[in-house]
Design a protein around this ligand. Structure first.
Ligand SMILES: C[S@@+](CC[C@H](N)C(=O)[O-])C[C@H]1O[C@@H](n2cnc3c(N)ncnc32)[C@H](O)[C@@H]1O
Length: 283
């Protein structure tokens, strides 16, 4: 697969200035709305998201939590809760998500499941109250430093955090195809593993395991690929997003460039650079 240089509109995630509280709240509301709109169709569309949960789950087998409650932070529709429940035995499981429609899907399927509409930057849980936090594909929508500090606050000492998120190569094909098309961002900036590990260390975690794996989504054409991304609510690209439709000529240019990523089986693909971290809170 062809890989290009950095597009003009990309920024190193580490260069981002601290957002104001208002900007953070606005971003949270926007993200909650997007995921809320995707909630009803999420389980059908979330093929890569499920693969990533499976991979994280395999890693988690070697690093079980101490006795106590487990939180699924950014649980979405809660499709991974039954696995956590069976795999980690009888214990309290709490599901948390920013988007109420995601939790509505969960309540519909698992009526008795304790769940809370909450932002992982400020969980409504007592300090040191949980033994494990499972968080798959939520952190990339957040500021990693305060969220890892919040996870650390919530965990008891020796508690385990199983984390998956998306790394900088995620959607590299889209980044390349949209490069220089306009001044807007078309792909979110994803944080690298060095910054995550530094944030984890300063939040009081030891790294037990770390992996990186590419997963792909496919579609017959670019519009189909973008629909697949939108179907799981993952289309937010931050404040510098384009607010109007792309012109026809610009769209044709992007489609033409994307042909570089057509595979031998005739499908176009887009990559997810999945980062996996298993962390233990230091005593
Ligand atoms: C890609 S989905 C992943 C859902 C599920 N964990 C999975 O593996 O399929 C991301 C989820 O994170 C939630 N989310 C995003 N930002 C959040 C935040 N700041 N606090 C809590 N949940 C958040 C979204 O509402 C969405 O349900």
């Amino acid at each position: 697969m062809r890989r290009g240089g950095r597009p003009a509109n990309s920024h190193e995630a580490t260069d981002r200035t601290e957002p104001t509280v208002t900007a953070t709240l606005a971003a949270s509301r926007r993200i909650a709305r997007r995921f809320g709109r995707a909630a009803a169709g999420y389980d059908d569309a979330a093929t890569v998201q499920r693969q990533i949960c499976e991979h994280l789950w395999r890693l988690a087998q070697d690093h079980p939590p101490p006795p106590g409650a487990i939180v699924d932070a950014g649980c979405g529709t809660g499709h991974w809760l039954p696995t956590l429940s069976v795999g980690f035995g009888e214990r309290l499981l709490i599901a948390a998500d920013l988007a109420p429609p995601m939790l509505a899907q969960l309540r519909h399927r698992e009526p008795g499941q304790p769940c809370v509409a909450a932002d992982v930057h400020a969980l409504p849980l007592a300090t040191g109250s949980v033994a494990g936090i499972w968080s798959s594909l939520c952190l990339q929508w957040c500021r990693p430093e305060p969220v890892l500090a919040e996870f650390s606050r919530t965990l008891q000492s020796d508690g385990t955090l199983w984390l998956s998120t998306l790394g900088p190569e995620t959607f590299a094909e889209l980044r390349e195809a949209f490069a220089g098309i306009d001044d807007a961002s078309h792909v979110l900036d994803f944080v690298g593993v060095d910054r995550l590990e530094a944030a984890a260390a300063s939040a009081g975690f030891n790294v037990l395991a770390q992996r990186r794996q590419r997963h792909v989504a496919c579609a017959p054409d670019l519009a189909g690929l973008l629909r697949a991304i939108k179907a799981v609510g993952a289309q937010d690209v931050g404040d510098n997003r384009r607010r109007s439709l792309l012109g026809r000529q610009a769209w044709r240019t992007v489609e033409h460039r994307y042909e570089a990523f057509r595979r031998a089986d005739g499908l176009l693909e887009v990559g997810y650079d999945a980062l996996y971290l298993i962390l233990r809170k230091r005593p």
